[in-house]
Ligand binder design. Structure first.
Ligand SMILES: [Mg+2]
Length: 306
């Protein structure tokens, strides 16, 4: 199995684990296994918008062999209007910023101008679906590709920077770095901006994220909180299973924190064995064979990263 598939399945499984308890308050419940129902009354293994938009991106990349924002956005529109890329034929959750961007596209706006640039629109809706592009090998176009795909729905500097830092960490993991090295060097790569750009001061806490006490880790839908929470879970656990369950049990935006953390943990721990994504969880994932197929179709990076 490729690291690309491991990352995508890691994201999808994390999302599905979090769906039944989305919006629940921390420590009012404990998830220990794949469960169903709850917040959206869905079967176990049902994934949400995080995975739908990620998989819509993967499908486009595999079908046309490149990152093409217009084609990805058409898939997003098919998702919102016609329930494509859904687990069971129904969109049951969509973020406000994302919905407004896709509606702008349906009315003729250029896809790269659809994402909001407002300070208020810094939810995690771009971060949660950037993984497939982040896993591509580094090249001179990479940062432009990341920002173009992010800007389909979210175009504020803070959301952009969260996607850029996440991408640096993903690249380090794809190269086989240890988890703490991957995270810390990924953050330190941008140290100069973090130190000097006042709008990025909120990201400064990332440099010490591993040592933060759980009480101080927020798990809201604000993109900086989501990134912090996901990295905290990834650095403070030693298996895929513990990483995503820790994320789900932080409460609030459970599915997205677990999806963002699960993408990293999927790349790092792989599938099966003592530490990888449990096969018993993958078995329960809706449309798992289709997910495998569209991941296998994405083959345009060098084989050393697979
Ligand atoms: Mg969701």
């Amino acid at each position: 199995m490729s690291k690309f598939y491991n990352g995508i399945m890691g994201l999808v499984v994390g999302d599905a684990l979090g769906v039944p308890v989305e919006f629940r308050k921390r420590d009012t419940y404990e998830v220990k296994d794949m469960i169903g129902f709850g917040t959206y009354n869905q079967k176990p293994g049902t994934w949400s918008d995080d995975s739908s938009l990620t998989l819509a991106t993967v499908e486009s990349m595999g079908r046309i062999g490149k990152v093409e924002p217009m084609d990805i956005m058409k898939n997003f529109l098919d998702w919102l209007e016609d329930d494509w890329f859904t687990p069971c034929g129904e969109v049951f959750d969509v973020g406000g910023t994302t919905r407004r961007a896709i509606i702008r596209f349906s009315k003729g706006t250029d896809p790269l101008d659809c994402g909001s640039k407002s300070r208020m629109d810094n939810g995690n809706g771009a971060l949660m679906r950037i993984l497939p592009v982040a896993m591509l090998p580094d090249n001179s176009d990479k940062q432009t590709q990341i920002l173009n795909v992010a800007h389909l729905t979210h175009a504020h500097f803070i959301s952009d920077f969260a996607c850029i830092i996440y991408t640096a960490i993903v690249e380090n993991l794809m190269k086989g770095n240890l988890n703490d090295v991957a995270v810390l060097t990924g953050i330190q790569h941008y140290k100069e901006q973090l130190d000097n750009v006042s709008m990025l001061s909120e990201f400064k806490r990332l440099e010490q994220i591993e040592w933060l006490e759980r009480n101080f880790v927020k798990s809201s839908g604000y993109v900086v909180d989501t990134l912090e929470a996901a990295l905290w879970c990834f650095l403070n656990t030693k298996t895929y299973r513990d990483c995503v369950l820790t994320a789900v049990n932080l409460g609030e935006d459970t599915d997205t924190v677990a999806a963002v953390a699960g993408g990293l943990a999927g790349i790092y721990y792989g599938v099966g064995g003592e530490t990888g994504i449990p096969e018993s969880w993958i078995k329960q994932i809706a449309r798992k064979d289709w997910i495998r197929k569209i991941c296998d179709a994405v083959q345009f990076w060098d084989d050393s990263s697979r």
